[in-house]
Design a protein around this ligand. Structure first.
Ligand SMILES: Cc1ncc(COP(=O)(O)O)c(C=O)c1O
Length: 314
């Protein structure tokens, strides 16, 4: 890969497509102003927060002269899909360490990743649990010849730096920034970018998301943002657990699309907007609030979920 800079990276996406669009929530007559930030529109394959999180990771890999990158994810991982796409686009070899056994045929996410040139290796769940252990990461990096390791979800201090940039693009007055949460990097990046103003609210997509508080605090500290406490997690909106969907959620996502002509994903953004509606009903958000809600992408995963739950999305 030739030396990658922030300018060359940005030039490949459409940052000016990440506009703020005012949206209406299904089932509510009046509600506080909500703007969705269309990070999903930056790039068709490296979409949403993946664009933000991969940017400085790829630049760092390039600066170090590495031409292969190794990362981790589940079988439906948006991060795996986006990393494969970025590798193809910027000419860096990508290796995906996938949780669980290999299925034949591959699901749409892994099949696309493989077509984009990612080399896939599978780890039994018990072994995969060790994915954040630096010694284990080094072992895999050596084994597969890819010394630049990006953790699961793409989350590290380089990711936070990329995400923080989106805050400066917001050109309206606002009181809250909402984002879905998986590994916590996006929320932490937003907090860094806010520099103490307004309040960031994160919605974990998985059960028992309380444990993420410690991880996010640690990420903030590592990035010099440990002094900011204007953030919180709302942990009751996982709808049964990661990648679980309910009829109510499916109906909400379809109605949201009818009202706003914006497709949400089922795992992250759909659940976040559903949660925002509930919190408005509960008067957690007030009429005076102006909410910025990030569309973090993830639409590549919809096909897999729609197949699994036999959802007809026309
Ligand atoms: C579409 C989408 N939105 C939100 C998130 C959550 O981001 P983070 O892992 O940075 O918390 C992820 C990934 O985990 C994702 O794929």
């Amino acid at each position: 890969m030739s030396l990658l800079t922030a300018e060359t990276f940005d030039a490949v996406g459409a940052l000016d497509a990440s506009i703020l669009q005012e949206v209406k929530l299904p089932g509510l007559e009046n509600h506080p102003k909500i703007f969705i930030k269309r990070d999903d529109a930056i790039h068709p394959l490296i979409s949403g927060n993946k664009w933000r999180k991969l940017k400085y990771n790829l630049i760092e890999a390039s600066r170090l002269g590495e031409n292969a990158l190794l990362t981790f994810g589940g079988a439906y991982s948006n991060h795996i899909h986006a990393t494969a796409a970025a590798g193809k686009l910027f000419g860096i070899k990508t290796i995906g360490i996938i949780r669980g056994e290999e299925y034949d045929p591959l699901n749409p996410t892994l099949s696309a990743a493989e077509k984009m040139g990612m080399e896939l290796h599978y780890l039994p769940r018990k072994i995969y649990r060790d994915r954040n252990n630096p010694d284990f990461q080094n072992e895999l990096a050596e084994k597969y010849g890819a010394p630049y390791v990006v953790p699961e979800g793409g989350t590290n201090r380089f990711a936070l730096k990329g995400v923080a940039e989106l805050v400066d693009e917001i050109d309206v007055e606002y009181t809250r920034v909402c984002t879905a949460v998986g590994s916590g990097g996006t929320l932490a990046g937003v907090v860094c970018g806010l520099k103490g103003k307004a309040r960031a609210v994160g919605f974990p997509a998985l059960k028992h998301g309380e444990y993420l508080s410690g991880i996010i605090s640690q990420l903030l500290k590592e990035s010099g943002c440990g002094g900011y406490d204007n953030w919180e997690l709302q942990t009751d909106f996982h709808q049964g657990g990661f990648a679980k969907v309910t009829d109510e959620l499916i109906e909400f996502i379809m109605e949201f699309k009818r009202l706003n002509s914006i497709q949400l994903d089922y795992i992250y953004n759909g659940k976040m907007f559903f949660a925002i509606r509930k919190l408005i009903e509960e008067k957690y958000f007030s009429e005076e609030d102006v909410i910025i809600a990030l569309h973090t992408g993830g639409l590549q995963g919809n096909e897999g979920i729609e197949n699994r739950y036999r959802i007809r999305n026309k």
